[in-house]
Design a protein around this ligand. Structure first.
Ligand code: F6P
Length: 510
């Protein structure tokens, strides 16, 4: 497969990009959807760049490669699998095949099982080992088995909710002790989410909880109060989970793309099944737009082009996401895994090394908090850092004057970065021309959130296509895991590595 640099159009793209001061903040750089707008007029994209990009995209058969995902082709080439998160939010009548079988039917069968559990849980029909009603959820999982469900649950949480949920991810035992301190275990449903059921952190946490709970309440507690979500049901059964309480994940969905499946079960358990359905509907709508919208109105493709332009032509080593909604506090963390685990690659799909920059650093924090910490660097620092503002009008929910002031702050930051201020001395000099785009929705309900998260997923896929890398594997996390096991052994077997001052320090104190 070609990368974008090998297309004939690339030399023209490079020429256009070299006129980087030749841009207009034209109204063309604005997408108006009936439920959101995306304003990228301050991204300083040189005139003609998108037009030439379309030629490059044609040479890459970008549309064909997008279709390949929806057709269930094995686009995760290194693991020889499809990447079919889109099947998880497909409409019932869609036909998406893996090895000849329509997986949408299977997805709907499992959705029915999720719905039934959620309804029993939320209507008070599920009781713990001591007979108390279950009304708290503890999700035990890490990475994709945690960040997506956490981000969504937090973003849509209401104060009047009857169900509370906690997310136990870190192997630092403080994390589970802290959660344990806040819950009544007799009223808690423990959900182990692990695609592999082999992730040490998750298994250590789950085993620790199991041991503690069994000591106090007896062995029956796991069967009664634990469920598992995994692609490895045998291991979940070995752990003691009743087979009827095991929900599947599939090999054709990557962990960081899995919140739409049983892996996201904490979402409907906490917020209700209808909310989960709306989330899936929003994502499905983004999938359709991704597939059918012309490039210049296609938000996922445009967002990918913006990142590509800044990474390659402007050496933007990082991009910052600033949601102006406290409820979206976890979004930057979610995006970090989605984008950095997918795009942090140095090898092309056929195994050749790359000789161009790929994924960059993704970071962020909510506005206005971020303004009082790192915005100094964005305004007057020496690096190029595109800022992605995310905001909502949130009619009906927010209070004045906060609502309008929050919005004013977001607009003011985008404006100030772009326009700058050249009067006064050098200390109060703002060069301006600093890039920022704005994703603005009416309100962040489940539909909007589902739509936006799916756009980020597709943006990630498009970037991987431009670079000819595989967005769906993550071999880069393995070495650290292997070495952690080895070092764990060393630390437990005092004596080895004594000649290293660091290890000597640790071993003398452990
Ligand atoms: O270590 C990285 C990773 O494999 C992620 O890709 C994944 O989301 C996470 O670990 C958790 O994996 P699992 O769901 O198999 O426990």
């Amino acid at each position: 497969m070609k990368n974008i640099f090998e297309t004939k159009a690339f030399s023209e793209l490079k020429r256009v990009a070299s006129n980087s001061e030749d841009f207009s903040s034209s109204l063309d750089y604005f997408i108006e959807h009936e439920r959101y707008v995306f304003d990228f007029s301050r991204m300083k994209i040189p005139d003609g760049f998108f037009q030439v990009f379309e030629n490059a995209a044609q040479e890459l058969d970008l549309q064909g490669q997008i279709e390949a995902m929806f057709r269930g082709e094995k686009i995760n080439v290194t693991e020889n699998r499809p990447a079919l998160h889109v099947a998880l939010r497909a409409k019932r009548d869609e036909d998406i095949r893996v090895e000849g079988k329509n997986v949408v039917e299977k997805v709907y069968e499992i959705k029915k099982k999720i719905k039934s559990l959620v309804e029993r849980f939320r209507s008070g029909q599920m009781h713990g080992i001591t007979g108390k009603r279950l009304k708290t959820v503890v999700n035990i999982g890490i990475g994709g088995s945690y960040l997506g469900p956490l981000t969504v649950t937090e973003a849509l949480r209401r104060h009047d909710a009857n169900v509370r949920s906690y997310f136990l991810s870190n192997v630092d035992d403080w994390h589970w002790r802290d959660i344990f301190h806040r819950i009544n275990p007799e009223e808690t449903l423990f959900v182990i989410v692990s695609k592999s059921f082999g992730t040490k952190e998750t298994l250590m946490n789950a085993s620790m909880l199991k041991e503690k709970l069994e000591t106090v309440y007896g062995r029956g507690i796991v069967e009664k109060q634990f469920i598992a979500v995994t692609a490895n049901p045998e291991k979940a059964e070995d752990f003691g989970i009743n087979s009827s309480n095991i929900f599947p994940m599939w090999n054709w969905v990557g962990g960081r793309f899995s919140l739409w499946s049983s892996a996201g079960i904490a979402i409907p358990l906490t917020l209700g099944y209808d909310v989960f359905e709306q989330l899936l509907e929003g994502a499905n709508s983004a999938d359709r737009d991704f597939r059918h919208m012309p490039f210049k109105e296609n938000p996922a493709i445009i967002k990918a082009v913006l990142s590509f332009y800044y990474i390659y032509f402007k050496n933007a080593q990082s991009e910052v996401y600033v949601p102006y909604r406290q409820k979206l506090a976890y979004l930057p963390l979610y995006l970090q895994q989605l984008m950095m685990e997918s795009l942090g690659k140095s090898v092309r799909r056929d195994g050749r090394p790359v000789n161009y920059p790929t994924g960059n650093v993704i970071w962020g924090e909510t506005g206005t908090n971020a303004q009082h910490s790192f915005f100094q660097l964005l305004h007057q620092g020496t690096m190029t850092i595109p800022v992605h503002f995310i905001g909502s009008l949130e009619e009906g929910e927010s209070m004045e004057p906060n609502r309008t002031f929050l919005l004013a702050n977001m607009l003011s930051q985008a404006e100030s970065l772009y326009s700058g201020k050249t009067s006064g001395d050098l200390f109060s000099f703002f060069a301006g021309g600093r890039p920022g785009d704005i994703w603005l929705v009416d309100r962040f309900d489940a539909w909007q959130l589902g739509y936006m998260l799916a756009v980020f997923e597709h943006q990630t896929y498009v970037l991987s296509l431009l670079w000819d890398i595989n967005a769906f594997d993550q071999f880069g996390v393995e070495l650290g895991k292997i070495n952690a096991d080895r070092i764990f052994e060393i630390l437990n077997n005092d004596g080895l590595y004594k000649d290293s001052p660091l290890y000597r320090f640790i071993l003398n104190r452990l």
